[in-house]
Design a protein around this ligand. Sequence first.
Ligand code: PEP
Length: 246
Amino acid sequence: MTARKLAAGNWKMNGLAADLVEAEALAKAFPSPKVDVLLCPPATLIAPMSAKVGGSAIAVGGQNCHAVESGAHTGDVSAAMLADAGASYVIVGHSERRTDHGETDASIRLKTQAAWSAGLVAIVCIGETLGQREDGETLDVVGGQLAGSLPDDCTAANTVVAYEPVWAIGTGKVPTLDQIAEVHVFLRAKLEDRFGAEGAGIPLLYGGSVKPSNADEIFGVSNVDGALVGGASLKAADFGGIIGAL
Ligand code: PEP
């Protein structure tokens, strides 16, 4: 059993300083939420968002980190820098990074270890493409990504896994509840096999076109411990509807 559910918002490459009002509104609307609430804005907004919501129940996270702490990596941001700016989580291996930046399970594993070294919780994303699902490869694909992306020292406190079917991200298409359940049961068994009691406690999020209107039924699926939310996390009113459903 996982301790608390998690509603994690991924703003992707959206948001300017003026949009921090949404984070402030969320903090005001949920002074003591029943679930953990996290916003992952672009790197430019981590420090100002942390300043705005500091002392509230809203945590702040990054969307990616480099695998090393510092050095000659122009344009990159390290996990230590995210932590220094006020982050307590970082998303690694999002499908958009796997596609746009050629990230592999091996590189995501290193980023996860870098996140831990900086004291961050790593949210490790996995998920199949539409073609892989249609070819009946979903469990093989997510099982391989899970095995390859997670280091050996995963605990319920340092790692969150997000199952995000690539074809459901930003498309408005959502798997059936049975399809979500099948993958989450499979992933939970794999986590328990590899990490024992810790694996039983690692939160398993679903992500892909979660909205206030479908959140309730998705959160009713067993082994769904919360959500990673893209588009619907940009506005406090929408994200609030999802948080309220958990
Ligand atoms: C995401 O970016 O991780 C995501 C799930 O996006 P959306 O909710 O917009 O599908």
